[in-house]
Write a protein that binds this ligand. Structure first.
Ligand code: F6P
Length: 391
């Protein structure tokens, strides 16, 4: 599409929804530059996700607004995980919040701003909302983001690579203090429903045990591996646990419940439970580190900047082609489009026989599901056992 007097410039409404994620600004930059530069489109940045769309808080994004943005963490537009239009926390005159359906008001805001297409940069929750607007006749293009890497229909989301690097570096640092004090170090990382961050970050850091939602673990198995290492002179262990890992006695550890959130349960705290149980079960001194939002903050990795830019460019092309109901996605090395409905049909969780799981097991990493006693002779040693001072 190119602008002409007969065809007014296309107006793209762009919002970032859900938790922030390194690379969001790179997408905003790529969409703005491509849509304006190649297609003469107007890009309207919507503040704070669907909350801002409800309020009509939006502004045009110019070239200058996105200059120097590629390496910036966070999102220039702001984001929110409390703006599901069908479960919207609407403040009443008396100050109370009533969960309401405000989708009509949002449709009205889209018409009022004369948006031809709504571009939603978000994770699973935002894509569910996007699909509902597609079904209401809105033209929508999705761009997948989440550090959890749990969106189906794309091989990867941006933000994941950065989060994994942060976990890996954190484990490196924990290794030296763990080995100096002969302690067990438990590190809790993000990953609500999928263990990709714990798996890849734990592998990269050479964790001895990785606990993820997809692989059930037993306390006995976790204790046995820690004790086995100690009995061989390795008096420290690193246990990397995803926040969404399920306790052997059932369920995740939920920190808080907030019905205003798109996903009401706030997970967190399993690291402390695992650390306490290991100390009680083995007698070894144990500490816990919760990496939390450090995994989402700061500058995106080079990999995520490139992926986010490719997604943003592809999304702008899609909008210009007049497409709708599609999400840009990575398949192998190619950027493709997939129906948003396909992206939200399932969550992308870790298969038990995924190559990363098999590789981790091959180098001696445990997942807490082993029933046999560890056979040191038959097992390769995790990296932490090979380090100087690691005994
Ligand atoms: O979905 C991304 C994520 O970082 C999850 O890993 C985590 O459970 C959640 O967001 C935390 O959300 P919040 O920042 O709202 O506490």
């Amino acid at each position: 599409m190119s602008p002409s007097s007969a065809n007014p410039p296309m107006r793209i409404g762009l919002l970032t929804g859900g938790g922030d994620c390194p690379g969001l600004n790179a997408v905003i930059r790529a969409v703005t530059r491509t849509a304006r530069g190649l297609y003469g489109a107007t890009v309207i940045g919507i503040e704070d996700g669907f909350e801002g769309l409800f309020d009509g808080r939006m502004r045009e994004l110019e070239y200058g607004d996105v200059a120097g943005l590629i390496g910036e963490g966070g999102t220039l537009l702001g984001t929110s995980n409390k703006g599901d239009p069908w479960n919207f926390p609407l403040r009443q005159a008396d100050g109370t919040l009533v969960i309401s359906d405000v989708s009509e008001r949002i449709l009205e805001q889209i018409r009022h701003a004369a948006l031809d297409v709504l571009m939603v940069v978000g994770g699973d929750g935002s894509m569910h909302i996007a699909q509902r607007f597609v079904e209401r006749g809105v033209r929508v293009i999705g761009v997948p983001k989440t550090i959890d890497n749990d969106l189906a229909a794309t091989d990867a989301t941006f933000g994941f690579d950065t989060a994994v690097s942060i976990v890996s570096e954190a484990i490196d640092r924990l290794q030296t203090t763990a080995s100096s004090h002969h302690r067990v170090m438990v590190i809790e990382v993000m990953g609500r429903y999928a263990g990709w961050i714990a798996l890849a970050g734990g592998m990269a850091g050479g964790a001895d045990t990785i606990l993820i939602p997809e692989i059930g673990f037993s306390w006995e198995s976790v204790f046995r591996h820690v004790e086995h290492r100690a009995s061989r002179g390795r008096r420290f262990s690193i246990v990397c646990v995803a926040e969404g890992a399920r306790l052997p006695e059932g369920g995740e550890v939920v920190k808080a419940f907030d019905r205003r959130r798109t996903d009401a349960r706030q997970l967190g705290g399993i690291g402390a439970v695992v650390a306490r149980r290991i100390e009680e079960g083995t007698g070894l001194e144990t500490r816990v580190t919760v990496l939390g939002h450090l995994q989402r903050g700061g500058s995106p990795s080079a990999h995520d900047r490139v992926l986010a830019t490719r997604f943003g460019v592809a999304a702008a092309h899609c909008a210009a082609r007049g497409e709708s109901g599609l999400m840009v996605a990575l398949r192998g090395t190619e950027i493709v489009t997939v129906p948003i409905s396909q992206a939200i049909a399932t969550l992308r969780t870790v298969p038990h026989d995924h190559p990363l799981v098999l590789a981790a097991r091959a180098v001696g990493t445990r997942f807490g599901d082993e029933t046999a006693a560890p056979d040191g002779a038959a097992q390769a040693l995790p990296d932490s056992e090979q380090r100087p001072g690691g005994k």
